[in-house]
Design a protein around this ligand. Structure first.
Ligand code: CMP
Length: 142
């Protein structure tokens, strides 16, 4: 189920630690027109091994990240993001992401929009790379 951003103003977005260095308006304008997707519990946003073409910010609800059923890599909640790795590396999705909340609302940011935002705000590009490295390291060590 898809809800357009016009139905839910972007001013209703949660605080997003990734963008804490930026004024709110600076990133909000990039997200104008990005779809908000509403998922029930247990919906697979994407599967490990698939091609990545978008990045997601959790506006409501929560997701789990896993490579193998029964062993989650992470649980992510409001204000967190996922899907950056495939976009930064060009590799397939390294894990499956599934909603764990009955009301999960995700802002879907196309790869092209994230690339523009990263070019305009190098600190966002740096922060994304740092998250990516930390997450990769966590996964290697787990
Ligand atoms: P991507 O590989 O595109 O798709 C799966 C996503 O899961 C990945 O990007 C990250 O955004 C996310 N992810 C993978 N490992 C972790 C982790 N250890 N903690 C949080 N998120 C993760």
């Amino acid at each position: 189920e898809e809800v357009s951003t016009r139905d839910k103003p972007l001013s209703a977005l949660p605080d997003i630690p990734l963008f804490s260095d930026l004024p709110r308006d600076a990133f909000i304008e990039f997200f104008e027109g990005c779809p908000l997707r509403h998922f029930p519990k247990g919906h697979r946003v994407f599967e490990r091994g698939s091609r990545g073409n978008a990045f997601y910010i959790i506006c409501e609800g929560a997701v789990r990240v896993f490579r193998d059923e029964g062993k989650d890599l992470a649980a992510l909640g409001i204000g967190a993001f996922f899907g950056e790795m495939a976009l930064l590396s060009g590799a397939p999705r390294m894990a499956t992401v599934e909603s764990t909340s009955a009301e999960t609302l995700l802002l879907e940011v196309p790869a092209s929009v994230l690339a523009q935002l990263s070019r305009r705000y190098p600190q966002v590009a740096r922060a994304l790379k740092k998250f990516c490295r930390d997450r990769l390291l966590t996964n290697v060590m787990s």
